[in-house]
Design a protein around this ligand. Structure first.
Ligand SMILES: Nc1ncnc2c1ncn2[C@@H]1O[C@H](COP(=O)(O)OP(=O)(O)OP(=O)(O)O)[C@@H](O)[C@H]1O
Ligand SMILES: [Mg+2]
Length: 308
C-alpha cells in the first residue's frame, strides 16, 4: 500500500506577536518518503511543523495538503490524514496510557462516537510498536520521561494517518529505544507509504534515516536534498557554527558527522585529511589557533539541546 499525499509550504511566513519566526519559507515534502528537518535551537523548526499541522496560522503564504490549504480544512478532517507529535505535550491529569493512546482515535470517530474493533486494533498495535503494552494501565503522569515520550508516539501512531509530523520523537529516549523508534517510522514508511516528516537534533540519525534532509537556519531553509548533499562540513559550519569532520558511516554508508569542539581542535588538525565528499573544507576550524591549540569560539554550540 502506498499513499501519495502532497504536502507543500509556499512562501510561508509565521510568527508570534510582533516577531516573525519563519520567513517566506518554501518546502516540498516528497510524498511517501522520510524527511528530516535539522537546525539550531530557536531557528523555527517547531514553528514550521506546527504551521504545517494547522496549529499556527500563516501570516503569509500557505501550507497545502493535496492542493488544499490546511488552514481552511476542518481540524478533524485534517487529523484523519495528517498527525502531529508536538515537541512537548501535557497529558490530562490522571489519564492512563491506554486512554491517552485511545485519544489518537478521536478523528476517526463520528458525532455519536462508538468505539470499534478497528480502534481497539489500532491502539493495541501502537502500544506494541512502542513497547508500552506493559504500561497500558499506568497513569501517564507517573511515567519516566522516556516512557512518556513512547506513549505520545503511540498516540500519534494510533491515529493512523498517512502523513506523520514528529517534533523530536527521540528526545528523552535511550539509544536503543531511539533507534527502535526511527526503525519503526521507517517500517511505517516502507510498509504503508506513510509520509514522515521529523525534526531531529541528532544529525547522524537524521542522515541515516531520512530520504530527504532539510537544514534550517533563521526561519529559512538553508539546504535540502539527499543527506550526502546536505550534511557537509560547510553546511554544519554555516548552520550550527560548528567545525566537524564528515566521514562515511560504516554501517549505513550515509554521512557521519564528527564534531571537533574546542578541546579536540589540535588533534583534529594533526589528523588525516577528511576523506568525505566535503574534504575541501579542511580540518582546522575557525576556533583553532594557527598552531592548532584550542581557543574559545563563540560559534561552538552544542548539537543536542532541548531548548525548553
Ligand atoms: N508560543 C510562542 N510565543 C512566542 N514566541 C515563541 C513561541 N514559540 C516559540 N517562540 C519563539 O520562536 C522562535 C522559534 O521557536 P521554535 O520553537 O520554532 O524553535 P525550534 O527550532 O523548534 O527550537 P528547538 O530546537 O529549541 O526546539 C524562538 O525564538 C522562540 O522563542
Ligand atoms: Mg522545537
Amino acid at each position: 500500500m502506498t499513499t501519495s499525499h502532497t504536502l507543500v509550504a509556499e512562501g510561508l511566513t509565521v510568527g508570534y506577536g510582533d516577531r516573525t519566526v519563519v520567513h517566506d519559507l518554501s518546502l516540498v515534502v516528497p510524498p511517501g518518503s522520510v524527511t528530516a528537518i535539522v537546525g539550531p535551537n530557536a531557528c523555527g523548526k517547531s514553528t514550521l511543523l506546527r504551521a504545517m499541522a494547522r496549529l499556527l496560522a500563516p501570516r503569509g503564504g500557505h501550507v497545502l495538503l493535496d492542493g488544499a490549504a490546511v488552514h481552511r480544512t476542518p481540524a478533524k478532517a485534517l487529523a484523519r490524514t495528517l498527525g502531529l507529535l508536538p515537541q512537548s505535550s501535557i497529558a490530562p491529569e490522571g489519564i492512563t496510557v491506554a486512554d491517552l493512546v485511545g485519544r489518537g482515535r478521536h478523528p476517526h470517530q463520528g458525532l455519536f462516537s462508538r468505539w470499534t474493533r478497528e480502534d481497539d486494533l489500532a491502539v493495541a498495535e501502537a502500544l506494541e510498536a512502542t513497547d508500552t503494552v506493559q504500561l497500558a494501565e499506568r497513569p501517564v503522569d507517573e511515567l519516566s520521561g522516556g516512557q512518556r515520550q513512547r506513549v505520545w508516539i503511540a498516540m500519534a501512531l494510533a491515529q493512523r494517518t498517512d502523513v506523520l509530523l514528529l517534533d523530536e520523537p527521540t528526545t528523552f529516549l535511550d539509544v536503543s529505544h531511539g533507534v527502535e523508534v526511527l526503525d519503526l517510522l521507517t517500517d511505517l514508511n516502507r510498509a504503508r507509504g506513510t509520509t514522515v516528516v521529523m525534526v531531529l537534533h541528532d544529525l547522524n540519525m537524521a542522515a541515516r534515516y531520512a530520504d530527504h534532509l532539510v537544514a534550517m537556519v533563521d526561519g529559512a531553509v538553508h539546504a535540502s536534498g539527499a543527506p550526502a548533499d546536505v550534511l557537509t562540513e560547510a553546511c554544519v559550519r554555516t548552520v550550527f557554527g560548528l567545525d566537524c569532520r564528515v566521514v562515511e558511516d560504516p554501517v549505513s554508508g550515509r554521512p557521519l558527522m564528527v564534531p571537533i569542539g574546542r578541546h579536540h581542535a589540535g588533534r583534529a588538525a594533526a589528523g588525516a585529511e577528511p576523506d568525505g565528499a566535503d574534504g575541501a573544507d579542511g580540518a582546522v576550524g575557525a576556533g583553532s589557533a594557527p598552531d592548532g591549540a584550542p581557543v574559545p569560539a563563540a560559534g561552538d554550540v552544542a548539537l543536542v539541546g532541548r531548548g525548553r
